[in-house]
Design a protein around this ligand. Sequence first.
Ligand code: ZN
Length: 124
Amino acid sequence: MSKSKYVTQVCTSCGRESKMEIIGEVVGAENKVWYRCTRCHHSMMLDSAAKKKEDNIITYIREECVNYSPEKIFAVGVSIYHTDWDDMGKVTSKEKTSSGGNAIWVQFEKSGIKKLIENLQLAD
Ligand SMILES: [Zn+2]
């Protein structure tokens, strides 16, 4: 009843990012695991800690956040704070809305990725 597990790693043999099948623990080295490249079937010993590495970790610092308001304009990379949601976020990109307005995509700490209005022109 063994189920194969896979991680994505750059293969030391074929040099390409490949799906690696975990084939077993390395005897005598607890933090090493044997992997086999699904492309070239080369086996290699890798740090098992490496597979736990996460990319794109955003740290949210309340003091650096600008309070969000739809009339404001925000730059990509700026940290914002949404008072209604009590959530901090980081502006990841900007776009034009279909109605010709401006919108920002924000990665929030709790709410995830949300699209918000910016530079809202208030009608009289
Ligand atoms: Zn390979």
